[in-house]
Structure formats: structure tokens, C-alpha cells
Design a protein around this ligand. Structure first.
Ligand code: DSN
Length: 440
């Protein structure tokens, strides 16, 4: 019996999502299209097995093959990133980062990370997250030009002597200054953790500088530019072992049994191993470089179309469009109108955003998934034209000040754009265009 026979409702929803992805352009920079091999491993019977512990040291029997799967994933991650120790069990990025705190800090210790509205991640000390509630978070910011304000980083680190300093972000378009972070962490005696979730694939492809020579700990998710299943890795570098020879054991203990995890997701571990193997092939190197080339062309083309980009361009796979010239908090209009047109991206805060994270003033987009489909520079120019046309259609919409007004206004906005002929026409063009670029 297939899924279609046993559970047609779920089957139809999966098919509908497949169709949505086929007919549209996936441009959320943290998403990608995984290979059939990754999906096969992820959908395997390895999901049935309990295996708390680590290879050779499990709390359950029958783990002889699971041990080999985990050992392969570890060996491939070590090879791909050039690190001496890797934990492949974190369920995802946030639990991975949680384990880093458990291994390096005590509750209440000072920590530093990039401020969330400035592009940082929730788990790097945001006030509404456990990392900001349980630790003394001292956020650093980006300058008006979008680059990390390193004078501020230095001054804050010297003043607060953090135990842990994060470098990494969810919305940062420039190359990360790993070396500078390493120097200031050394000076104040902090652990330096690089969270490379967004750029891990670029690092393996050598399309972005690696943090490995500079950081003590490197964390990453496995499903963004790395193009694997949802999951995460925590790596300890040689530098990390020099600072603390027990750091690898501390990280492993922090993942299990101290942390938030129970049994490892073995199907996920197997799929991570497959993705890492794929990422070490020569084609992946080309893929990583093409992601960046595409992003640079797309960024220039958007600027040519009259849009304003944070930092004036990009060094990596993503860009941030600043929509404040038409008023604050307009990211929501752009996201929804572009979604209708078949371009999926997300509303996002921009540095110094005059609005709030729920009604931010920008949009964030990136090229990992469209590059997986084989799109190149020529296609990026076309995509920029479509984006600019849709943004023009929403030019007159302004976000009201009060919550009640916003709800009514957005209702009317949704009605209007659902009937917008320009957007409908672009949607048709995009659906047709997408047929030439099948999803793997
Ligand atoms: N949610 C991820 C992103 O979109 O960047 C970060 O965790």
C-alpha cells in the first residue's frame, strides 16, 4: 500500500507542495532543493531505531549499523570542513547552538552576538529567546552601510568580557570577519563560535572564507546552502582543542544527555552523510561558486531596476532589499505580492529598521535553490525584472500605525493583489519559465 492509498489527504498535500515548488521560484535564502538520494536516506527505516549515546556507547541494543552510519557522517563532516571533532546529532540549528552554551557558559554569563533586527539569529542572545533570557546578552550591531560595526564589537567585548562570542547571521550579505572576531575573543578570553548555517555550502565549495582556522567552535544547519536534510553539526576546531582540550567531550555531553535531545534522528544522520558526500564532489564546488555569481548579478540587476539594497550588493548567496523609500514596514506587502506572482521570499528587518520584526521594512532573498535548478546569470536578470514589476504594483500601499487599522488594511490589500492583472500575468510567465528548470 502506498501513501496515496492509505492517507490520500496527506498525499495530496505533499503533491500540492511539490507542484507549488515546481511552478514557482524558491528564493528564501535558507531553503534549497535536496537530491533524491538525500530524500531516500531521510525516508528510510533508520527512523525506527533508538540509539541514545554515541557510536560504541549506546543505551540500546541493535545499533551495529546505526553506529556505522553515524561514524560515516562524522568522518565526512571532518573531511568536508577540515576539523578534528564533529557532533552530527543536533536535531537542528537552535538545539545545536543551545549545546554550545551548555558546553561553554554558566547561566547568567555574558555572551555576545549580532542583534536580531541587525540580521543576527534568535539563539545568539535575542531577548525573547532562552539565549537572551538565561544569559547576559550584549548585542552588537551593523553600521548604516550594512557591515558589522567592529569598533563596537571590540569596545563591548573589552567592557563586558563575554564568555562566548558568536559570529554568524540569518540576514548578513557581506563576508564574515572571522579573523577579527578570533583576535578579540583571544584578547578577552572568550570562546569564539562561528554559526555558518547560511554559508556552510559556500565554505565547503570555497566560495566563502572558512572560519575553521579562527573559531573554537563552528555550528551549522545542514539544509541551507549545504543542501542536505534538516539537521545540524557542531564542530570543534584544532584551535578549540588548544583552548580547552576537553571541549569535544563537553560538546558531546551538552548535546546528550545534558541538552534538549533524546534519541538521535538516525534517518536524518544518514541523509546528512549523503549530503556531505555530495558536497565534496567537484560539481558542488561549481554549484557554490554559481550561487554567489547568481546573487551578485541578481543584486546588480535589482539595483538597475531602481531598488535599494542594504550594503549596496552582496558577497554571498543573499540580499536584502530596503523598501523604506515608500514608507516603513512594507516588507509584508512585497512578500505577499511576490508570493502570488510565484516568487517566494521573506519579509525581513533591515539595519536600523524603523518598523518591527513582524512588519519589517525589507525583504530577504537568495539564490541557493534557483541555482540548484540550473539557473544562471541570464535568468537572474529576468527574475530581477519580475521582482521590480511586482514591487512597483505595491508602491502605493502604506502600513497604518495601529494594529486594528493594519488588520483591515491588509485584508483589503490581499483582495486587491489577488485581482491584480500584472501580478497574474507574471505568475503565468514564471510558471512557464519554471518548466525549463526541473527540480532534481
Ligand atoms: N530560519 C532560518 C533562516 O531563515 O535564516 C534561521 O534559523
Amino acid at each position: 500500500m502506498t501513501l496515496k492509498d492509505t492517507d490520500p489527504q496527506i498525499y495530496e498535500l505533499i503533491e500540492a507542495e511539490k507542484q507549488r515548488r515546481k511552478d514557482g521560484l524558491e528564493m528564501i535564502p535558507s531553503e534549497n532543493h535536496t537530491s533524491p538520494a538525500v530524500l531516500e536516506a531521510l525516508g528510510s527505516i533508520l527512523t525506527d531505531k533508538y540509539s541514545e549515546g554515541y557510536p560504541g556507547k549506546r543505551y540500546y541494543g541493535g545499533n551495529q549499523y546505526i553506529d556505522e552510519v553515524e561514524k560515516l557522517a562524522i568522518a565526512r563532516a571532518k573531511q568536508a570542513f577540515g576539523v578534528p571533532h564533529v557532533n552530527v546529532q543536533p536535531y537542528s540549528g537552535s538545539p545545536a547552538n543551545f549545546a554550545v552554551y551548555l558546553a561553554t557558559c554558566k547561566i547568567g554569563d555574558p555572551i555576545m552576538g549580532q542583534n536580531l533586527p541587525d540580521g543576527g539569529h534568535l539563539t545568539h542572545g535575542w531577548k525573547a529567546n532562552w539565549s537572551g533570557l538565561w544569559y547576559k546578552s550584549i548585542p552588537y550591531h551593523v553600521q548604516k552601510d550594512g557591515y558589522i560595526d567592529f569598533d563596537e564589537v571590540r569596545a563591548l567585548a573589552r567592557e563586558h568580557k563575554p564568555k562566548l562570542i558568536w559570529c554568524g547571521a540569518t540576514a548578513y550579505v557581506r563576508e564574515f570577519p572571522f579573523e577579527e572576531f578570533s583576535q578579540i575573543a583571544q584578547e578577552v578570553g572568550a570562546y569564539f563560535a562561528a554559526d555558518i548555517a547560511h554559508i556552510a555550502g559556500l565554505v565547503i565549495a570555497q566560495a566563502h572564507k572558512s572560519p575553521v582556522p579562527f573559531a573554537h567552535i563552528v555550528t551549522t544547519t545542514t539544509h541551507k546552502t549545504l543542501r542536505g536534510p534538516r539537521g545540524a553539526l557542531i564542530m570543534v576546531t584544532e584551535k578549540g582543542l588548544q583552548k580547552d582540550p576537553e571541549l569535544a567531550e563537553k560538546i558531546d555531553r551538552a548535546v546528550f544527555p545534558m541538552g534538549v535531545q533524546g534519541g538521535p534522528h538516525n534517518h536524518q544522520t544518514a541523509a546528512i552523510a549523503v549530503a556531505l558526500q555530495e558536497a565534496m564532489q567537484p560539481e558542488f564546488k561549481e554549484y557554490g561558486h554559481q550561487i554567489v555569481k547568481n546573487a551578485k548579478v541578481l543584486a546588480s540587476a535589482l539595483i538597475e531596476q531602481g531598488l535599494t539594497l542594504v550594503s549596496g550588493g552582496t558577497d554571498n548567496h543573499m540580499m536584502l532589499v530596503d523598501l523604506t523609500s515608500g514608507g516603513k514596514g512594507r516588507g509584508v506587502f512585497a512578500q505577499e505580492a511576490l508570493d502570488l506572482a510565484g516568487i517566494t521570499l521573506n519579509k525581513n528587518t533591515i539595519p536600523g529598521d524603523p518598523s518591527s520584526p513582524f512588519y519589517p521594512s525589507g525583504i530577504r532573498l537568495g539564490t541557493p535553490a534557483v541555482t540548484t535548478r540550473g539557473m544562471k546569470e541570464k535568468e537572474m536578470k529576468l527574475i530581477a525584472e519580475w521582482i521590480a514589476q511586482v514591487v512597483l504594483e505595491i508602491e502605493d500601499y502604506k502600513l497604518p500605525d495601529t494594529k486594528e487599522e493594519r488588520i483591515q488594511y491588509l485584508k483589503q490589500f490581499r483582495k486587491d493583489i489577488a485581482g491584480n492583472e500584472v501580478i497574474q500575468n507574471i505568475k503565468q510567465q514564471i510558471t512557464e519559465f519554471c518548466k525549463k528548470f526541473p527540480i532534481p
